[in-house]
Design a protein around this ligand. Structure first.
Ligand code: GLA
Length: 341
């Protein structure tokens, strides 16, 4: 048995992949054996699509239509195409991992921020460039795009360079452009973290999802789901899934991991139990028709790849596979959840 076969009746199952994973045979073998979807961990973020050298060398030429490069994204797209594995696109518009110069007059950080119209042109041109290239050369590979990542901070719109230049409607514009240029059938997602927290959940529903849904611009809600052993509690996770789904949106769990610093047997068994509980909720919601969950992605493949170790400044063992690609107790627990529920 493997993960993709076990979850085939319910949803796609994926992992975030780094450059190192992509050029390590044992890692790509594991990905293809276990998963039927993947996300590029970093190389398809704005800072990798925006061609810094070209834009900074000829700002007058590229002022309203930034030069792009596909050098970083292509290896992942080529891999997906060659191996017949689906991808989530992550992420078009984000306040992080987007260079400061992109928001400035004449791409010059000494000249202050560009105005709304300039930034709308740059945003449209960038989204058009990425989506048209992918649609033309890699048709049918990317089934879902995270159009906007993390526009909400706690219970309000996040103040960022996007809101400073375009304004609070920047996310609506991003979805309008994405809908205009995305290949027919590509699903458009809003993606965020702490999406089970009541205050944030309610704000996202009222101020992001409903307005986008009313305009026919959004297909799904992306719940990142970077978890701790005791947070969020399973009930609030289940309720949030059902509330987002009740808007008529698909649900993707986009960045699942559970921070855990103890690789000992007891602790890894506790991690397995927690994963089983989470997957029981996901499979249960899908089976009962309470939520159209279409994809669940782990944020990284192996424990040693996890971003959590650097982020939390302590070694984390949050995933299903040890660094030698061997399955952990959590792997078997997740499989059991697919079979038992
Ligand atoms: C957020 C982003 C991801 C990734 C993680 C940490 O959740 O959406 O792309 O950067 O942070 O690695």
């Amino acid at each position: 048995m493997n993960l993709k076969t076990a979850f085939e009746p319910y949803f796609k199952i994926g992992a975030a992949i780094s450059r190192k994973n992509l050029c390590t045979c044992s890692n790509t073998a594991l990905l293809l054996e276990q998963f039927d979807s993947f996300t590029c961990e970093n190389d398809m973020k704005p800072s990798f699509f925006l061609d810094e050298e070209a834009n900074l060398a000829a700002p007058e030429k590229y002022d309203l239509s930034p030069a792009l490069t596909f050098e970083y994204a292509r290896p992942y797209l080529d891999f997906a195409k060659a191996n017949g594995i689906a991808m989530r696109g992550h992420t078009l518009i984000w306040h992080n991992q987007t260079p400061k110069w992109f928001f400035c007059k004449e791409y010059d950080e000494n000249k202050g921020l560009a105005d709304r119209d300039t930034m709308l042109s740059r945003m449209e041109s960038y989204i058009k460039g990425v989506l048209e290239l992918v649609g033309a050369e890699y048709p049918g590979i990317i089934y879902a795009w995270d159009v906007v990542n993390e526009a909400v901070d706690d219970g309000e719109f996040r103040k960022s360079v996007w809101t400073e230049t375009i304004g609070e409607d920047f996310f609506v514009k991003a979805f309008e452009f994405a809908r205009k240029y995305a290949e027919e059938g590509t699903q458009l997602f809003y993606n965020d973290y702490e999406t089970a927290q009541k205050k944030k959940r309610d704000f996202i529903i009222a101020n992001v999802l409903k307005p986008l849904k009313e305009r026919g611009l959004i297909d799904g809600m992306g719940m990142q789901s970077h978890m701790l052993m005791d947070h969020p509690n399973p009930a609030s996770f289940r309720v949030a899934i059902e509330m987002y789904a009740s808007l008529g949106l698909k649900i993707n769990v986009t960045e699942l991991d559970i921070h855990n610093t103890d690789p000992g047997e007891e602790s890894m068994n506790a991690l397995a139990k927690r994963y089983k509980e989470i997957f029981a909720i996901l499979v249960g919601a899908k089976k009962s028709g309470r939520a159209d969950i279409t994809s669940v992605t782990f944020w990284n493949l192996l424990d040693e790849d996890s971003w959590l170790t650097a982020f939390r400044k302590e070694t984390s063992y949050p995933l299903l596979f040890w660094k030698d690609c061997e399955p952990k107790p959590a792997y078997y627990a997740v499989l059991e959840a697919a079979e038992e529920i």
